[in-house]
Design a protein around this ligand. Structure first.
Ligand code: DUC
Ligand code: ZN
Ligand code: ZN
Ligand code: ZN
Length: 467
Protein backbone atom coordinates (compact mmCIF):
# COMPACT_ATOMS: atom_id res chain seq x y z
CA UNK A 1 0.00 0.00 0.00
CA UNK A 2 0.96 3.55 -0.66
CA UNK A 3 2.81 5.55 1.95
CA UNK A 4 1.05 8.47 3.62
CA UNK A 5 4.19 10.55 3.58
CA UNK A 6 7.79 10.36 2.51
CA UNK A 7 10.53 12.66 3.76
CA UNK A 8 13.13 12.74 1.02
CA UNK A 9 16.74 13.70 0.81
CA UNK A 10 17.53 14.55 4.40
CA UNK A 11 20.44 13.61 6.62
CA UNK A 12 19.12 11.51 9.51
CA UNK A 13 20.79 11.43 12.90
CA UNK A 14 20.00 9.07 15.75
CA UNK A 15 21.83 8.49 19.02
CA UNK A 16 24.08 6.05 17.15
CA UNK A 17 24.28 6.99 13.46
CA UNK A 18 24.24 9.72 10.89
CA UNK A 19 23.09 8.61 7.43
CA UNK A 20 21.30 9.83 4.32
CA UNK A 21 17.96 8.20 3.71
CA UNK A 22 14.32 8.82 2.94
CA UNK A 23 11.68 8.07 5.58
CA UNK A 24 8.45 6.32 4.67
CA UNK A 25 5.50 6.94 6.99
CA UNK A 26 2.16 5.20 7.19
CA UNK A 27 -0.46 5.30 9.93
CA UNK A 28 1.63 7.71 11.99
CA UNK A 29 4.60 5.37 12.15
CA UNK A 30 7.89 5.03 10.35
CA UNK A 31 7.53 2.01 8.09
CA UNK A 32 10.58 2.33 5.83
CA UNK A 33 14.04 3.88 5.80
CA UNK A 34 16.09 3.85 2.63
CA UNK A 35 15.83 5.00 -0.95
CA UNK A 36 13.26 4.52 -3.71
CA UNK A 37 10.53 3.96 -1.16
CA UNK A 38 7.81 4.30 -3.77
CA UNK A 39 4.74 6.48 -4.06
CA UNK A 40 3.36 8.54 -1.22
CA UNK A 41 0.32 10.78 -0.91
CA UNK A 42 2.52 13.56 0.43
CA UNK A 43 6.18 14.43 0.24
CA UNK A 44 8.50 16.64 2.19
CA UNK A 45 11.76 17.65 0.56
CA UNK A 46 14.42 17.63 3.27
CA UNK A 47 17.39 18.15 0.97
CA UNK A 48 20.13 19.95 2.85
CA UNK A 49 18.29 19.52 6.14
CA UNK A 50 18.97 17.50 9.26
CA UNK A 51 16.27 15.01 10.18
CA UNK A 52 16.22 14.26 13.89
CA UNK A 53 13.92 12.43 16.28
CA UNK A 54 11.54 14.92 17.87
CA UNK A 55 12.76 15.94 21.28
CA UNK A 56 11.51 14.36 24.48
CA UNK A 57 11.37 16.99 27.21
CA UNK A 58 11.36 14.90 30.35
CA UNK A 59 11.18 17.78 32.81
CA UNK A 60 8.65 20.56 32.35
CA UNK A 61 5.87 22.03 34.44
CA UNK A 62 2.50 23.03 33.01
CA UNK A 63 -0.49 24.32 34.95
CA UNK A 64 1.02 23.21 38.24
CA UNK A 65 -0.32 25.19 41.20
CA UNK A 66 2.15 26.26 43.90
CA UNK A 67 1.38 26.48 47.59
CA UNK A 68 2.05 30.25 47.58
CA UNK A 69 -0.74 30.75 45.05
CA UNK A 70 1.52 31.46 42.05
CA UNK A 71 -0.13 30.47 38.82
CA UNK A 72 1.87 29.07 35.93
CA UNK A 73 1.64 31.00 32.68
CA UNK A 74 1.53 27.88 30.52
CA UNK A 75 -1.13 25.23 30.58
CA UNK A 76 -1.39 22.02 28.58
CA UNK A 77 -2.33 24.01 25.50
CA UNK A 78 0.35 26.70 25.33
CA UNK A 79 3.13 24.63 26.94
CA UNK A 80 3.15 21.70 24.50
CA UNK A 81 2.58 24.08 21.55
CA UNK A 82 5.63 26.08 22.55
CA UNK A 83 7.55 22.81 22.92
CA UNK A 84 6.58 21.78 19.39
CA UNK A 85 7.82 25.06 17.90
CA UNK A 86 11.19 24.21 19.45
CA UNK A 87 11.38 20.71 17.95
CA UNK A 88 10.00 18.73 20.88
CA UNK A 89 7.33 16.10 20.17
CA UNK A 90 6.89 14.48 23.58
CA UNK A 91 6.64 16.20 26.94
CA UNK A 92 6.66 14.61 30.37
CA UNK A 93 5.31 17.18 32.82
CA UNK A 94 4.45 16.45 36.43
CA UNK A 95 1.30 15.44 38.25
CA UNK A 96 2.03 16.79 41.71
CA UNK A 97 0.44 15.38 44.85
CA UNK A 98 -0.41 17.97 47.47
CA UNK A 99 0.13 16.96 51.07
CA UNK A 100 -3.11 15.47 52.34
CA UNK A 101 -4.23 14.62 48.81
CA UNK A 102 -4.31 11.08 47.51
CA UNK A 103 -2.01 10.34 44.60
CA UNK A 104 -5.00 9.16 42.61
CA UNK A 105 -6.74 12.50 43.11
CA UNK A 106 -3.60 14.28 41.91
CA UNK A 107 -3.44 12.14 38.77
CA UNK A 108 -7.13 12.69 38.04
CA UNK A 109 -6.67 16.44 38.57
CA UNK A 110 -3.79 16.65 36.08
CA UNK A 111 -5.64 14.58 33.51
CA UNK A 112 -8.49 17.07 33.74
CA UNK A 113 -5.99 19.89 33.28
CA UNK A 114 -4.45 18.20 30.23
CA UNK A 115 -7.48 16.63 28.60
CA UNK A 116 -8.12 17.85 25.08
CA UNK A 117 -5.37 20.46 25.22
CA UNK A 118 -1.99 19.16 24.10
CA UNK A 119 -0.90 19.32 20.49
CA UNK A 120 1.84 16.69 21.03
CA UNK A 121 1.95 13.45 22.99
CA UNK A 122 2.53 13.57 26.72
CA UNK A 123 3.10 11.35 29.72
CA UNK A 124 3.22 12.22 33.40
CA UNK A 125 5.80 11.86 36.09
CA UNK A 126 4.22 11.80 39.53
CA UNK A 127 5.48 13.99 42.37
CA UNK A 128 5.18 12.15 45.66
CA UNK A 129 4.95 14.56 48.60
CA UNK A 130 2.90 12.54 51.07
CA UNK A 131 3.98 8.90 51.18
CA UNK A 132 1.24 7.64 53.47
CA UNK A 133 0.77 3.91 54.03
CA UNK A 134 -2.05 4.05 51.48
CA UNK A 135 0.21 5.71 48.91
CA UNK A 136 3.07 3.29 49.50
CA UNK A 137 0.89 0.21 49.92
CA UNK A 138 -1.69 0.67 47.20
CA UNK A 139 -1.86 3.84 45.16
CA UNK A 140 1.69 4.18 43.93
CA UNK A 141 2.14 0.50 43.00
CA UNK A 142 -1.17 0.60 41.11
CA UNK A 143 -0.27 3.81 39.29
CA UNK A 144 3.14 2.46 38.30
CA UNK A 145 1.40 -0.51 36.69
CA UNK A 146 -0.95 1.88 34.89
CA UNK A 147 1.92 3.65 33.15
CA UNK A 148 3.16 6.26 35.60
CA UNK A 149 6.54 4.63 35.97
CA UNK A 150 8.60 7.55 37.24
CA UNK A 151 8.13 9.95 40.09
CA UNK A 152 9.95 12.93 41.52
CA UNK A 153 10.68 13.50 45.18
CA UNK A 154 12.11 16.55 46.92
CA UNK A 155 14.62 17.13 49.69
CA UNK A 156 13.62 20.80 49.95
CA UNK A 157 10.49 23.03 50.07
CA UNK A 158 8.35 22.55 53.17
CA UNK A 159 5.27 21.59 51.18
CA UNK A 160 7.08 19.04 49.05
CA UNK A 161 10.06 17.60 50.90
CA UNK A 162 10.49 14.10 52.28
CA UNK A 163 12.75 13.13 55.16
CA UNK A 164 15.43 10.49 54.76
CA UNK A 165 13.26 7.69 56.09
CA UNK A 166 10.51 8.59 53.64
CA UNK A 167 13.03 8.76 50.81
CA UNK A 168 14.22 5.26 51.71
CA UNK A 169 10.64 3.97 51.74
CA UNK A 170 9.84 5.34 48.28
CA UNK A 171 13.18 4.15 46.88
CA UNK A 172 12.40 0.67 48.21
CA UNK A 173 9.00 0.85 46.54
CA UNK A 174 10.62 1.94 43.26
CA UNK A 175 12.87 -1.08 43.50
CA UNK A 176 9.99 -3.49 44.17
CA UNK A 177 7.78 -2.06 41.43
CA UNK A 178 10.41 -1.21 38.82
CA UNK A 179 9.89 2.57 38.82
CA UNK A 180 12.48 5.29 38.41
CA UNK A 181 12.86 7.86 41.19
CA UNK A 182 13.87 11.39 40.24
CA UNK A 183 15.21 13.51 43.04
CA UNK A 184 15.54 17.24 43.64
CA UNK A 185 18.63 17.37 45.85
CA UNK A 186 19.25 20.48 47.95
CA UNK A 187 19.69 20.61 51.74
CA UNK A 188 16.53 22.22 53.05
CA UNK A 189 17.71 23.16 56.54
CA UNK A 190 20.91 24.74 55.29
CA UNK A 191 18.90 26.79 52.78
CA UNK A 192 16.42 27.87 55.46
CA UNK A 193 19.21 28.98 57.80
CA UNK A 194 21.05 30.88 55.09
CA UNK A 195 17.81 32.47 53.88
CA UNK A 196 16.93 33.73 57.36
CA UNK A 197 20.37 35.23 57.81
CA UNK A 198 20.12 37.01 54.45
CA UNK A 199 16.66 38.36 55.23
CA UNK A 200 17.79 39.61 58.66
CA UNK A 201 20.63 41.45 56.95
CA UNK A 202 18.16 42.98 54.48
CA UNK A 203 19.74 41.09 51.60
CA UNK A 204 16.58 40.27 49.71
CA UNK A 205 17.47 41.26 46.13
CA UNK A 206 17.20 38.45 43.55
CA UNK A 207 20.97 37.88 43.63
CA UNK A 208 20.76 36.56 47.17
CA UNK A 209 18.61 33.65 45.99
CA UNK A 210 21.85 32.15 44.67
CA UNK A 211 23.65 32.75 47.99
CA UNK A 212 20.81 31.10 49.88
CA UNK A 213 21.15 27.93 47.79
CA UNK A 214 24.89 27.32 47.43
CA UNK A 215 26.47 24.43 45.55
CA UNK A 216 27.47 22.84 48.86
CA UNK A 217 23.80 22.43 49.81
CA UNK A 218 23.22 20.69 46.48
CA UNK A 219 26.36 18.58 46.85
CA UNK A 220 25.41 17.39 50.31
CA UNK A 221 21.87 16.42 49.34
CA UNK A 222 23.12 14.73 46.17
CA UNK A 223 25.61 12.70 48.16
CA UNK A 224 22.95 11.75 50.71
CA UNK A 225 20.41 10.80 48.05
CA UNK A 226 22.97 8.63 46.27
CA UNK A 227 23.88 6.97 49.56
CA UNK A 228 20.24 6.16 50.27
CA UNK A 229 19.79 4.71 46.77
CA UNK A 230 22.95 2.66 47.31
CA UNK A 231 21.62 1.31 50.60
CA UNK A 232 18.35 0.34 48.95
CA UNK A 233 20.22 -0.82 45.82
CA UNK A 234 18.03 0.85 43.25
CA UNK A 235 18.62 3.14 40.25
CA UNK A 236 17.86 6.85 40.73
CA UNK A 237 18.08 10.00 38.63
CA UNK A 238 19.19 13.37 39.99
CA UNK A 239 17.32 16.18 38.25
CA UNK A 240 18.53 19.69 37.32
CA UNK A 241 22.15 19.28 38.38
CA UNK A 242 23.79 22.72 38.38
CA UNK A 243 27.52 22.12 38.44
CA UNK A 244 30.72 20.41 39.41
CA UNK A 245 30.10 19.86 43.12
CA UNK A 246 27.04 17.68 42.64
CA UNK A 247 28.47 16.19 39.44
CA UNK A 248 31.49 14.89 41.34
CA UNK A 249 29.16 12.91 43.60
CA UNK A 250 27.33 11.49 40.59
CA UNK A 251 30.50 10.67 38.66
CA UNK A 252 32.00 8.92 41.69
CA UNK A 253 28.85 6.83 42.12
CA UNK A 254 28.82 5.91 38.45
CA UNK A 255 32.51 5.01 38.58
CA UNK A 256 31.62 2.54 41.33
CA UNK A 257 29.01 1.01 39.03
CA UNK A 258 25.93 2.48 40.72
CA UNK A 259 23.00 3.19 38.42
CA UNK A 260 22.81 6.86 39.22
CA UNK A 261 21.60 9.02 36.35
CA UNK A 262 21.69 12.76 35.99
CA UNK A 263 19.88 15.53 34.19
CA UNK A 264 20.96 19.07 33.50
CA UNK A 265 19.22 22.03 31.86
CA UNK A 266 19.98 25.03 29.61
CA UNK A 267 20.28 27.46 32.53
CA UNK A 268 23.33 25.64 33.87
CA UNK A 269 25.31 26.03 30.65
CA UNK A 270 24.13 29.52 29.72
CA UNK A 271 23.39 31.52 32.87
CA UNK A 272 25.36 32.36 35.98
CA UNK A 273 24.43 33.80 39.38
CA UNK A 274 25.45 37.18 37.97
CA UNK A 275 22.33 37.04 35.80
CA UNK A 276 20.34 37.34 39.04
CA UNK A 277 22.11 40.62 39.67
CA UNK A 278 20.53 42.75 36.96
CA UNK A 279 19.17 46.26 37.61
CA UNK A 280 16.05 46.70 39.65
CA UNK A 281 14.24 43.44 40.01
CA UNK A 282 15.13 42.17 36.51
CA UNK A 283 17.37 39.53 38.06
CA UNK A 284 14.21 37.77 39.24
CA UNK A 285 13.81 36.57 35.65
CA UNK A 286 16.63 34.12 36.33
CA UNK A 287 15.54 32.78 39.72
CA UNK A 288 15.39 29.02 39.58
CA UNK A 289 16.45 26.22 41.86
CA UNK A 290 19.15 25.11 41.99
CA UNK A 291 20.41 28.53 40.88
CA UNK A 292 22.81 29.00 38.00
CA UNK A 293 26.40 29.12 39.32
CA UNK A 294 29.51 30.52 37.60
CA UNK A 295 31.47 30.09 34.38
CA UNK A 296 33.68 27.32 35.82
CA UNK A 297 30.51 25.48 36.68
CA UNK A 298 29.22 25.92 33.12
CA UNK A 299 32.45 24.33 31.87
CA UNK A 300 31.95 21.40 34.26
CA UNK A 301 28.43 20.87 32.96
CA UNK A 302 29.66 20.91 29.37
CA UNK A 303 32.27 18.29 30.29
CA UNK A 304 29.55 16.19 31.90
CA UNK A 305 27.37 16.42 28.80
CA UNK A 306 30.29 15.26 26.67
CA UNK A 307 31.65 12.54 28.95
CA UNK A 308 28.43 10.78 29.93
CA UNK A 309 27.99 12.04 33.49
CA UNK A 310 24.68 13.43 32.18
CA UNK A 311 22.23 11.25 30.31
CA UNK A 312 19.39 13.74 30.02
CA UNK A 313 19.08 17.39 28.99
CA UNK A 314 15.65 18.80 29.89
CA UNK A 315 14.21 22.30 30.05
CA UNK A 316 12.78 22.37 33.58
CA UNK A 317 10.31 24.82 32.02
CA UNK A 318 8.61 26.43 35.03
CA UNK A 319 6.65 29.32 33.53
CA UNK A 320 5.95 32.32 35.74
CA UNK A 321 5.27 35.77 34.36
CA UNK A 322 7.58 38.63 35.11
CA UNK A 323 5.17 41.46 35.76
CA UNK A 324 7.01 44.38 34.25
CA UNK A 325 4.51 46.84 35.72
CA UNK A 326 5.41 46.01 39.28
CA UNK A 327 8.90 44.80 38.47
CA UNK A 328 8.58 41.36 39.95
CA UNK A 329 7.52 37.96 39.00
CA UNK A 330 3.85 37.45 39.58
CA UNK A 331 3.45 36.61 43.23
CA UNK A 332 1.44 37.59 46.23
CA UNK A 333 3.55 40.20 47.91
CA UNK A 334 6.79 42.13 48.12
CA UNK A 335 9.94 42.09 46.10
CA UNK A 336 12.10 39.71 48.09
CA UNK A 337 13.77 36.74 46.42
CA UNK A 338 12.03 34.58 49.02
CA UNK A 339 8.70 35.41 47.41
CA UNK A 340 9.63 34.81 43.81
CA UNK A 341 8.37 31.50 42.48
CA UNK A 342 11.35 29.33 41.52
CA UNK A 343 11.66 28.49 37.88
CA UNK A 344 12.27 29.86 34.43
CA UNK A 345 10.77 29.20 31.00
CA UNK A 346 12.65 27.25 28.33
CA UNK A 347 10.58 24.50 26.73
CA UNK A 348 10.90 26.05 23.24
CA UNK A 349 14.54 27.14 23.41
CA UNK A 350 15.94 23.92 24.95
CA UNK A 351 16.87 22.16 21.72
CA UNK A 352 18.05 25.15 19.66
CA UNK A 353 20.28 26.36 22.51
CA UNK A 354 21.96 22.98 22.99
CA UNK A 355 22.22 22.44 19.26
CA UNK A 356 23.90 25.79 18.66
CA UNK A 357 26.11 25.95 21.73
CA UNK A 358 26.84 22.22 21.87
CA UNK A 359 26.84 20.70 18.38
CA UNK A 360 27.55 23.96 16.57
CA UNK A 361 30.52 24.78 18.76
CA UNK A 362 31.95 21.26 18.76
CA UNK A 363 31.36 20.56 22.45
CA UNK A 364 29.14 17.52 21.84
CA UNK A 365 28.46 15.39 18.80
CA UNK A 366 25.19 15.32 16.90
CA UNK A 367 24.63 11.78 18.21
CA UNK A 368 25.13 12.97 21.77
CA UNK A 369 22.66 15.77 21.14
CA UNK A 370 20.02 13.26 20.05
CA UNK A 371 20.81 10.91 22.94
CA UNK A 372 20.60 13.66 25.57
CA UNK A 373 17.46 15.32 24.27
CA UNK A 374 15.40 12.41 22.93
CA UNK A 375 16.70 8.85 23.06
CA UNK A 376 17.93 8.64 26.65
CA UNK A 377 14.88 10.26 28.22
CA UNK A 378 12.65 7.97 26.13
CA UNK A 379 14.60 4.95 27.38
CA UNK A 380 14.81 5.98 31.00
CA UNK A 381 11.11 6.81 31.18
CA UNK A 382 9.83 3.76 29.33
CA UNK A 383 8.77 5.35 26.03
CA UNK A 384 11.43 3.78 23.82
CA UNK A 385 11.46 2.70 20.99
CA UNK A 386 8.07 4.26 20.25
CA UNK A 387 9.55 7.67 21.06
CA UNK A 388 13.08 9.06 20.97
CA UNK A 389 14.48 7.61 17.78
CA UNK A 390 14.08 7.29 14.03
CA UNK A 391 13.60 3.62 13.29
CA UNK A 392 11.13 1.37 11.54
CA UNK A 393 8.22 0.86 13.92
CA UNK A 394 8.75 4.09 15.86
CA UNK A 395 6.18 6.87 15.89
CA UNK A 396 6.90 9.38 13.13
CA UNK A 397 7.85 12.10 15.61
CA UNK A 398 10.41 13.99 13.60
CA UNK A 399 12.03 17.42 13.57
CA UNK A 400 13.53 18.64 10.31
CA UNK A 401 16.21 21.16 11.14
CA UNK A 402 17.74 23.98 9.20
CA UNK A 403 21.16 23.70 10.80
CA UNK A 404 22.36 26.95 9.25
CA UNK A 405 19.52 29.23 10.20
CA UNK A 406 20.56 32.12 12.43
CA UNK A 407 18.02 33.17 14.99
CA UNK A 408 18.21 35.97 17.50
CA UNK A 409 16.02 34.84 20.36
CA UNK A 410 13.26 37.33 21.15
CA UNK A 411 10.40 36.59 23.45
CA UNK A 412 7.95 37.77 20.81
CA UNK A 413 9.14 34.91 18.56
CA UNK A 414 8.33 32.28 21.18
CA UNK A 415 4.97 30.61 21.74
CA UNK A 416 4.85 30.23 25.49
CA UNK A 417 2.65 32.50 27.61
CA UNK A 418 5.53 33.86 29.66
CA UNK A 419 6.33 37.53 29.16
CA UNK A 420 10.09 37.07 28.96
CA UNK A 421 12.81 34.63 28.01
CA UNK A 422 16.06 34.39 29.98
CA UNK A 423 17.82 34.13 26.61
CA UNK A 424 16.56 37.40 25.07
CA UNK A 425 18.95 38.72 22.42
CA UNK A 426 21.15 35.64 22.09
CA UNK A 427 21.93 34.74 18.51
CA UNK A 428 22.12 31.05 17.79
CA UNK A 429 22.50 28.88 14.71
CA UNK A 430 20.05 26.11 13.87
CA UNK A 431 16.30 25.84 14.38
CA UNK A 432 13.72 23.15 13.58
CA UNK A 433 11.74 24.09 10.51
CA UNK A 434 9.17 21.30 10.25
CA UNK A 435 7.97 19.27 13.22
CA UNK A 436 5.91 16.11 12.79
CA UNK A 437 4.00 14.27 15.48
CA UNK A 438 2.88 10.76 14.48
CA UNK A 439 3.34 11.73 10.85
CA UNK A 440 1.23 14.87 11.11
CA UNK A 441 2.86 18.24 10.42
CA UNK A 442 2.40 20.20 13.62
CA UNK A 443 4.72 23.09 12.86
CA UNK A 444 6.12 24.41 9.60
CA UNK A 445 8.08 27.64 9.84
CA UNK A 446 6.05 30.16 11.75
CA UNK A 447 2.78 28.29 11.42
CA UNK A 448 0.93 25.77 13.50
CA UNK A 449 -0.93 23.14 11.48
CA UNK A 450 -2.40 20.94 14.17
CA UNK A 451 -5.19 21.22 16.64
CA UNK A 452 -4.91 21.47 20.37
CA UNK A 453 -5.98 18.17 21.83
CA UNK A 454 -4.65 15.90 19.10
CA UNK A 455 -1.78 14.88 21.39
CA UNK A 456 -2.25 11.54 23.12
CA UNK A 457 -1.59 10.59 26.70
CA UNK A 458 1.20 8.01 26.84
CA UNK A 459 1.40 5.21 29.36
CA UNK A 460 5.05 4.67 30.16
CA UNK A 461 6.58 1.22 30.24
CA UNK A 462 9.35 -0.03 32.45
CA UNK A 463 12.30 2.37 32.74
CA UNK A 464 15.37 1.12 30.92
CA UNK A 465 18.14 1.72 33.42
CA UNK A 466 20.72 -0.24 31.45
CA UNK A 467 21.55 2.70 29.18
N1 DUC B 1 12.43 22.42 40.92
C1 DUC B 1 12.01 22.13 39.72
O1 DUC B 1 12.11 20.99 39.32
N2 DUC B 1 11.48 23.06 38.94
C2 DUC B 1 11.32 24.39 39.32
C3 DUC B 1 11.80 24.72 40.65
C4 DUC B 1 12.37 23.62 41.42
O2 DUC B 1 12.82 23.80 42.52
ZN1 ZN C 1 13.24 20.48 41.36
ZN1 ZN D 1 11.22 21.29 37.61
ZN1 ZN E 1 5.47 36.78 46.87
Amino acid sequence: TELDLVIRGGRIATAADVFDADIGIRGGRIVALGHDLGAASEEIDATGKLVLPGGVDAHCHFDQPSSDGSVMADDFDSGPRSAAFGGTTTVIPFACQQKGQTLRAAVDDYHRRADGKSVIDYAFHLIVTDPTPQVLGQELPALIREGYTSFKIYTTYDDLKLNDRQIIEVLALAKREGALTMIHAENSDAIAWLTEALEQAGQTAPRFHADARPAIAEREATHRAISLAEIVDVPMLVVHVSGGEAMDQIAAARAKGLRVFAETCPQYILLTADDLDLDGFEGAKHICSPPPRDTASQQSVWRGLANGTFQVFSSDHAPFKFDSATGKKLCGDGASFTHVPNGIPGVETRLPLLFSEGVGKGRISLNQFVALTATNPARLYGLYPRKGTIAVGADADIAIWDAEREVTIRNELLHHNVDYTPYEGRTITGWPEIVLSRGKTVVRGERLYAESGRGQFLECGAPDTLI
